[in-house]
Design a protein around this ligand. Structure first.
Ligand code: XMP
Length: 511
């Protein structure tokens, strides 16, 4: 079944994904495509939104898409760079702003006969972020909003449903931004607003049934939100033909393997728990380099998964819990590939030799949408609220080489920290938390005895997508209690520190 959709052409703005989220919050499906790979438009495409950009239209190498098949044919909303681009290529003029315009501004003029501004208040606050200004609008372009400093804050092209905004309606600081987007998408572009959790589940289950038929699918469960929601969707579509594998790599949290496995069985999933702890410990033995650890774990996972999948007769498909941010093709703003900071072994899937067809039922969803869909299918809210946990698990939270004893110690420390966050009602206000085993020993005193033991660091961050993060200002009292409990209860640890670095320049994980 096809669904009406909006295409967002990305010129590399930091806000492009935000536009997509705002559109989807209006229950309208949208996709992001790079400006130089415009998909062919069929009748499902209701409108095209042009994003902002870090480029100036005056830059020599600025994005110059060919909009011949779009402009004047379907409704367009051009935002920031998009607005300047349309003005410039049609004979207008864009010059550097005399005053750089970043931050809040207020609309001093609004054409209240324009359907774009229905319900928008006179003085409405908008968010500006641009270094150029449209100084001259081409013939046939009408100004429909201004601010004190920006005459062309919005325009419309006569005889077309093409609208342009110099400000960012997708940013929360544009107080009527959502209303403006809704006016454009619903009243001007005629969208139905029928893309909801239940319509997504219904359509996806139908599609999966059609695609997979009676063939068998194998899926690796991780205990995380994405693979769990993917499994439940597939289970709804093909039942027992979905074979789930949940591997204990010996690097999970304390008791996690047993408790999550029990939960999966409770959901009726056809899941096999595989205890491979020793295979992983052996593969990791003597390795201290972070990237080598990741590779060793990634390779071992493939070995174990391959062994297990081979035991299922006639399996044809491999399901993965890939989500939208993993697949959006980003527009490079420096012309070159971005540097690999850390290799995430679970991105990129399994090697070709497995020769399985890939099915990725969550590939179009953002993380919060995955959670919402999970909730609508009745998945336990505690599971859906779980913090992200890296594929290589505690291995990248034990600095240096890994031993069974260090894993045990870190599991205990982490358990105390996470349980305390939950007990104190702090878990859900933290995006991710965990403990790190440090390869340093320091002198302490316990009773009358001198100790010389290891230190652990606690890390708790707030973030929206893991790309940037800030440390959480946990209450001193709480930190003090957790520290006491750890030092009193976990043998081998005599010092606890709290990580107060943000990302960038630090990263969330220590390795
Ligand atoms: P960093 O450390 O890069 O982490 O700031 C950002 C987010 O990614 C997670 N992470 C990983 N997840 N495999 C994963 O599945 C990995 O190798 C990996 N490395 C980091 C990290 O937990 C955080 O949520």
């Amino acid at each position: 079944m096809t669904h009406e959709k909006i295409i967002i052409l990305d010129f590399g703005s930091q806000y492009t994904q935000l536009i997509a989220r705002r559109v989807r919050e209006l229950n309208i499906y949208c996709e992001i495509h790079p400006f130089n790979k415009i998909p062919s438009l069929n009748e499902d495409v209701k409108s095209v939104i042009l994003s902002g950009s870090p480029f100036s239209v005056r830059d020599e190498n600025c994005p110059l898409p060919n909009l011949e098949d779009i402009k004047g044919k379907i409704p367009i909303l051009a935002v920031c760079y998009g607005a300047q681009f349309l003005a410039k290529i049609n004979g207008g003029e864009v010059l550097p702003s005399k005053i750089r315009e970043y931050g809040r501004a207020n609309l001093s003029y609004v054409d209240d006969t324009s359907p774009l501004f229905y319900g928008v208040s006179k003085n409405s606050q908008v968010w500006m972020s641009h270094g150029d200004t449209i100084s001259y609008l081409p013939e046939g372009f009408d100004i429909i909003a201004s601010t004190k400093d920006v005459k062309v804050a919005a325009y419309k092209i006569q005889d077309e449903t093409t609208y342009a905004l110099q400000f960012h309606p997708e940013v929360y600081h544009s107080t009527d931004g959502k209303q403006i987007l809704q006016n454009f998408l619903v009243d001007i572009a005629g969208c139905e607003q029928d893309w909801t959790s239940s319509s997504f589940v219904k359509d996806t289950v139908e599609e999966l049934k059609k695609k997979i038929g009676t063939e068998k699918v194998v899926l690796g469960l991780s205990g995380g939100v994405d693979s769990t929601v993917a499994a439940v969707l597939l289970h709804k579509a093909i039942g027992e033909n979905l074979y789930c594998i949940f591997v204990d790599n010996g690097l999970l949290r304390k008791n996690e393997f047993d408790s999550v496995l029990k939960q999966y069985h409770g959901m009726g999933l056809n899941v096999k728990g595989v205890d491979s702890k020793n295979r992983f410990y052996k593969a990791l033995s003597g390795i201290s380099d972070p990237e080598e650890k990741r590779k060793a774990i990634g390779n071992k996972f493939i070995d174990v998964f391959d062994d297990e999948a081979n035991q299922i007769k006639d399996v044809v498909w491999l399901a993965q819990g890939t989500i939208y941010p993993d697949v959006i093709e980003s527009v490079s703003t420096n012309g070159g590939p971005s540097a690999t900071i850390k290799s995430h072994h679970n991105v990129g899937g399994l090697p070709d030799f497995m020769k399985l067809k890939i099915v990725e039922p969550l590939k179009t969803l953002f993380k919060d949408e995955v959670r919402r869909i999970g909730k609508s299918m009745g998945i336990d809210s505690e599971l859906l609220a779980r913090h992200p946990f890296p594929g290589p698990g505690l291995a990248i939270r034990i600095l240096g080489d890994i031993t069974v004893e260090k894993v045990r110690i870190l599991q205990e420390v982490d358990h105390i920290f996470i349980t305390s966050l939950k007990k104190n009602g702090l878990y859900n206000s933290v995006w991710q938390a965990g403990a790190i085993f440090l390869p340093v020993q320091s002198v302490g005193v316990m009773g009358d005895e001198r100790t010389y033991e290891n230190a652990v660091a606690l890390r708790a961050v707030e973030s929206t997508d893991g790309m940037t993060a800030d440390w959480v200002h946990l209450p001193y009292e709480f930190l003090s209690n957790v520290s006491n409990e750890i030092i009193n209860k976990v043998k081998g640890i005599n010092r606890v520190v709290y990580d107060i670095s943000s990302k960038p320049p630090a990263t969330i994980e220590w390795e």
